[in-house]
Design a protein around this ligand. Structure first.
Ligand SMILES: [Zn+2]
Length: 276
């Protein structure tokens, strides 16, 4: 039964991932997400239903359009697969450790109660939005306000639904201030050379999702990750100092890891500090 639930969640994730691919590709062009059937970007042929099955179609078609043989982007299967995996991880962390964040502890696990469902949905939503931001920043170096601003609003709605008292809201407000302010400061100091305005909105979104303690954890993780990736690129002269690496590709994985394991990382870090 438990495995069956995991399989169902994975397949659900594949479907959502397939939708995220449409969002990722259509939003920068201001095309409608709801209207217009999916078509081959090369020859424009409307795709049949059996060409739109997540993962399966890509491999069955051997990554090529059936009529014009134009290659199909690897983005499709990768985003679908990663969404499926992250949805399974979300379910696993959520259902088995009860809670992942100290902000809204559920002491006695009751399925399906309002908090359980709402929190699960909020996490699936966060993961989905973060994946869209990651791919768009990775491929085109943009973090769109059309993604971050509605995401901040919806995140706050989720947090309001989940928050029985006023205390967590101040935590979130402070989180948005720290997350957004951190990048706003760099933006002002560098006159927009180090980072873009999109990073400020992403920072605020991270703060809304994580609260002020965990947003600091996520920022630290992003810088550690950035250093680990950037140093070899510099040493082997694949990239040069002054080259821009979109920072969203570090912020997004850091945020996802913090959503799942931020509490544990914080405990580990403070234990380390106290021992020394
Ligand atoms: Zn085609």
């Amino acid at each position: 039964m438990e495995y069956l639930i995991l399989v169902i969640i994975f397949i659900f994730g594949l479907g959502v991932g397939s939708f995220l691919n449409v969002v990722i590709l259509r939003l920068p062009e201001q095309r409608s997400i709801a209207r217009g059937r999916s078509q081959c970007p090369a020859c424009g042929r409307i795709l049949a239903w059996y060409e739109l099955i997540p993962l399966a179609s890509f491999f069955a078609l051997r990554a090529r359009c059936k009529s014009c043989k134009a290659p199909i982007s690897w983005q499709y299967p990768i985003v679908e697969f990663v969404t499926g995996v992250l949805f399974v991880v979300t379910w696993y962390v959520h259902a088995y450790s009860g809670m992942t964040s100290s902000q809204f502890p559920i002491s006695n696990f009751q399925f399906p109660n309002f908090y359980f469902i709402t929190q699960l949905l909020s996490y699936l939503f966060y993961i989905s939005v973060l994946l869209v931001i990651f791919v768009q920043d990775f491929r085109w170096g943009v973090i769109l306000d059309r993604v971050t601003v509605p995401a901040i609003v919806l995140t706050l709605v989720f947090q309001l639904l989940l928050s029985p008292t006023i205390v967590p809201l101040t935590t979130l407000g402070l989180g948005m201030l720290i997350g957004g302010g951190f990048f706003a400061l760099q933006y002002v100091l560098s006159r927009g050379r180090w980072i873009g305005g999109g990073d400020i909105r992403l920072g605020a979104l991270m703060g809304a999702m994580l609260g002020w303690q965990l947003v600091i954890v996520a920022l630290m993780l992003a810088y550690v990750g950035g250093a680990v990736i950037a140093l070899p690129l510099l040493i082997f002269r694949i990239k040069h100092l002054g080259d821009a690496l979109p920072f969203g590709i570090f912020l997004v994985p850091a945020t996802i890891i913090t959503l799942f394991y931020g509490e544990a990382i914080m405990r580990w870090y403070f234990n380390l500090v106290y021992i020394v």
